[in-house]
Design a protein around this ligand. Structure first.
Ligand code: ASP
Length: 355
């Protein structure tokens, strides 16, 4: 009888979080239900969260975004189907998004306040908890590949600036002239922000340096990321970005901070984030989601929603993609939209942009 009662208690305790979750009804719908008996290959990518309202993209532009996401998704997924590792799938997809000028990573990166492109990236292996990250790059064509080299070929986790680029050259990783990253659209974005700042300063009778435009929607967002689960049950996550338009020279966001923008642990989940980096660092977003699964046994979607609510409470916005060790997906964002794509339970690609 005693045994029966304790079984009952354990059962109820396990159901409680799910019941609370269902009751609240504000969370994103749970998309997959995989189990230890029914694991699967998993692959999810994102191309950044931000102010993406329905109708704000021309049909041609929307198609270009969808095509870019789909190509990267399918390339990564195909690698997994061919038996490649989750680390490979993550790197393959992110490289493609970095090469696509539509996304704010690699070519297409946004500009800093002094008109440069400064790139950050990171990658993490859920099996070994090894990680590599790079920040403040101006010349590395594919920062995600350098992040992986830092993980695999150096004794370090995070390398920055000139030193990281010197290491890239030693590793024969492709370097380009900084001009390679220049795109008209991102340049125009920067000019627009500068103009708005001057106008605001004039209106308020302040100096330009006293005006704070961080809260204007124009400064938001980009970043690309991927999470993968391979046939051996290994999780990996990676993220790459140009940061935020008009960021101060030398500013580093959450992307290369392991546990903020990127985290992977085979016992819990793989996470890649996008959004207002300062908030994501302060919450430790990616690691927080993993901790909620580890310490409170929350399902992945609920864990992602819980952490994103903390970001919102502080005043930040953005989103995450995540995968648990069975292939369940958790996608959560509190911005208007998020470029995202995943392989569903039937092995079909799904591409989404809006809420
Ligand atoms: N999280 C990135 C950063 O703060 C920006 C983004 O995701 O759009 O650098």
């Amino acid at each position: 009888m005693k045994k029966f009662l304790s079984f009952l208690l354990i059962g109820v305790l396990q159901i409680l979080p799910v019941a609370a979750y269902a009751q609240k009804g504000t969370f994103t719908e749970i998309k997959q239900l995989q189990s230890p008996q029914n694991p699967r290959l998993g692959f999810v990518i994102h191309g950044g969260a931000g102010v993406i309202r329905k109708g704000s993209l021309s049909p041609e532009k929307e198609k270009a975004y969808r095509d870019g996401l789909e190509q990267a998704l399918l390339a990564g997924y195909k690698a997994l189907q061919n038996g490649k590792s989750s680390m490979d799938a993550v790197e393959i997809a992110i490289r493609m998004l970095e090469d696509n000028p539509l996304f704010n990573a690699g070519k297409g990166a946004v500009f800093t306040a002094d008109g440069k492109n400064e790139l950050d990236a990171s990658i993490m292996d859920g099996k070994t908890l090894m990680a590599g990250a790079v920040a403040g790059l101006h010349r590395v064509k594919n920062p995600i590949t350098l992040a992986r080299a830092v993980m695999e070929k150096s004794p370090h986790v995070l390398m920055i600036g000139d030193g990281a680029e010197k290491f890239a050259a030693e590793q024969k990783i492709e370097l380009v002239d900084p001009q390679y990253f220049w795109t008209q659209e991102r340049w125009d974005n920067l000019q627009n922000v500068i103009k708005q700042e001057k106008e605001k300063a004039a209106k308020e009778g302040k100096k330009v340096s006293q005006v704070d435009l961080r809260f204007e929607p124009i400064n938001k967002f980009g970043t690309v990321g991927a999470v993968a689960l391979d046939k051996d049950g290994n999780l990996a996550a990676g993220t790459s970005t140009g940061g935020m338009t008009y960021k101060k020279y030398g500013r580093v966001g959450d992307v290369p901070v392991i546990g903020a923008g990127t985290y992977a642990n085979n016992n819990t989940c793989a996470v890649s984030a996008t959004g207002w980096g300062e908030y994501f660092i302060r919450i430790g977003v990616a690691r927080d989601i993993s901790a909620l699964m580890e310490y409170r046994a929350l399902p992945i979607q609920q864990a992602a929603d819980t952490t994103l609510n903390k970001v919102k409470t502080l005043g930040g916005d953005g989103g995450v993609i995540s995968l648990d060790k069975f292939g369940n997906i958790g996608i959560s964002f509190n911005s208007e939209g998020m470029y995202r794509a995943y392989i569903d339970v039937n092995g079909k690609p799904v591409i989404e942009i809006y809420k």
